[in-house]
Design a protein around this ligand. Structure first.
Ligand code: TPP
Length: 553
């Protein structure tokens, strides 16, 4: 076996291997040569070469999102590691484990005029769960820091930074290891739930006639069927699921905005919950957030092993266990209470469904129509990756087949890495992956296509509405040159040449007929990844969407 000669590089590689972390994304550089040589020479590691660090980091995020294990990013010194920051922040807020391994010069070479050096230590301090600032010589202290960083990424499900200084020569190798690194297990305590607290909460629950459960970003199949059924059969419980929650039941509300946007003050008052239980990550629906901030529940309990955000300004309890653990303890202590909370909301749901269908059957070709067609024709058991921002919002309005897993970078809601994340996820996932994106997000992250790993069955559905369509939907839209230039960033670009340059199939649709044909065509071939670019009418999309909310009553 070939190993880097530098002992510190050997230590890092050995400890990662001992902890079975094997997905390594390497961006080119010289300072990181000891790490690159070490990882690439060892068949135990699956190494990916991606030149653009911003894209590399989102690609790594996609892999970690699917595997649930930390993915390692390796880069050179200087500005390289700053380009990881968008994905690093996304990983922090989405609770996805990432390990950034940045090569550095020794501290004595920083800020003395040496080339390609910046202050790398603690550079992600605001969003990093652990910063291992290593010293050049191998030591127990270094080993401890490396172990701590990796254990933290696992236990706290988020990004960590290991900064490793290397002095030249960087490319020398040896055939025997010269270090014997120490590996420490995590000291993670098993989380338990206070029985007294659960009994107290169950008593409140049993007397409440209006209980709302709101589920944000969640891994597929993570909530037990028993819990789902218990919610579904309680007439005092309304469950609202976001598309990214990956939780399904026919009695749950999976189109929050469709239900509550037309609400009057009376409707909101009647819907105000006494108890709100939330679990899962970020919530997309702005309207539910605005509602719960204004009509606050008396009790808001969040269930998550790690974090609880006070999103609505009324958080009263954080149960630091998994939802399944919580409900397994909690539900046996509860009983039902007479209530019309569910039936009233269910009547609204039935009405909205009817109006939704009428509206969609009469609208012309537009973003909304395209989302309906695209979502309804997604292959069963596939994985859907969606970009920000109007894409995920449209997707929340259309029912998605429960066999389809849905993901979106909602940690920071950035448009800067959705394509790279989708490709990373597709690489480490055997399911058919479909990625729906807007044009600005797609063009922003076009370097996502610059790698050799895009699976042949990867499909991009690019909805090109000539700019940032979201800004036409948000309040503040005014058809002025300032709006077109600085908000919408209006353009006439297409993906045709990018598709050609990167060897992807390219199909165009610009009306309903060509869309249906295009969708059929992309799903019928799997010998090349492809882009279906759908052109929609810029000036009509927002009017059609905004009118929808008016016709739901
Ligand atoms: C990195 C980053 N920069 C800017 C934004 C603000 N932003 C949100 S959506 C959006 C435009 C997205 O346009 P497009 O991808 O075409 O999608 P559409 O809204 O048309 O569906 C922008 C610039 C962001 N979310 N992330």
């Amino acid at each position: 076996m070939t190993y880097p000669k530098i002992p510190l590089a050997q230590s890092i590689i050995q400890i990662l291997l001992a902890k079975e972390i094997t997905n390594i994304i390497i961006s080119p550089g010289s300072r990181n040569a000891p790490l690159t040589i070490g990882f690439a020479s060892n068949p135990a590691f699956q190494c990916y070469s991606i030149a653009d660090e911003r894209s590399a980091a989102f690609f790594a995020l996609g892999i970690a999102q699917q595997t649930g294990k930390p993915t390692v990013l390796v880069c050179t010194s200087g500005s390289a590691l700053l380009n990881y920051y968008p994905a690093f922040a996304e990983a922090f807020y989405s609770q996805i484990p990432l390990i950034v391994l940045s090569a550095d010069r020794p501290q004595s070479k920083i800020d003395i005029g040496d080339g390609q050096t910046i202050r790398q230590e603690n550079v992600y301090a605001n969003h990093s769960l652990y910063n291992a600032n290593l010293l050049e010589a191998v030591s127990d202290e270094n080993d401890l820091k490396i172990n701590e960083a990796i254990n933290t990424a696992f236990d706290k499900k988020g990004p960590v930074h290991i900064n490793a200084p290397f002095e030249e020569p960087l490319y020398e190798t040896v055939s025997e290891l010269s270090v014997n690194s120490s590996v420490f297990a995590s000291a993670k305590a098993i989380q338990t739930i206070s029985t007294a607290e659960v009994i107290e909460s169950a008593a409140l629950w049993n007397n409440a006639t209006r209980k709302l459960i709101l589920i944000g970003v969640n891994d597929p199949e993570s909530i037990s069927n028993k819990t789902i059924e218990a919610f579904a059969t309680d007439e005092s419980v309304v469950v609202m699921t976001e598309t990214t929650s990956n939780v399904h039941h026919s009695s749950f509300i999976n189109n929050i905005d469709t239900i509550i946007t037309p609400f009057t003050t009376d409707d909101f008052e009647a819907f105000q919950p006494e108890i709100l239980i939330t679990f899962g990550g970020m919530v997309v629906s702005k309207r539910i957030k605005a509602f719960l901030r204004k009509y606050q529940p008396k009790h808001h309990w969040h269930i998550d092993t790690l974090r609880a955000y006070d999103t609505f300004g009324c958080l009263t309890k954080h149960f630091e266990v998994t939802p399944n653990t919580f409900f397994e303890t909690f539900l046996p202590l509860t009983h039902t209470i007479g209530s019309d909370y569910f039936s009233k909301m269910n009547a609204v749901k039935t009405l909205r469904k009817e109006k939704h269908n009428i509206y969609l059957s009469k609208i012309p070709f537009s973003d909304f129509k395209v989302f309906e067609k695209v979502i309804l024709t997604l292959p069963k058991n596939s994985q859907l990756q969606i970009s920000n921002s109007s894409a995920i919002r449209y997707a929340q309005l259309i029912p998605i087949d429960p066999s389809i897993e849905v993901y979106c970078n909602r940690g920071t809601s950035g448009i800067d890495g959705s394509t790279s994340t989708a490709i990373g996820s597709a690489v480490s996932n055997i399911k058919q992956t479909v990625f729906i994106t807007g044009d600005i997000g797609f063009l922003y992250d076009s370097n996502a296509l610059w790698n050799n790993y895009i699976p042949k069955n990867f499909k991009i559905i690019l909805i090109n509405n000539g700019g940032g369509g979201i800004f036409r939907i948000l309040p503040g839209h005014d058809e002025t040159p300032v709006f077109n230039t600085f908000f919408e960033t209006s353009h006439n670009l297409t993906a045709e040449h990018l598709a050609k340059m990167y060897g992807l199939d390219y199909v165009v649709a610009n009306d309903e007929l060509s869309l249906v044909k295009g969708l059929k065509s992309i799903y019928s071939q799997n010998d090349k990844p492809c882009i279906l670019e759908v052109f929609t009418p810029t000036l009509e999309n927002n009017t059609i969407l905004l009118q929808y909310f008016k016709e739901l009553v």
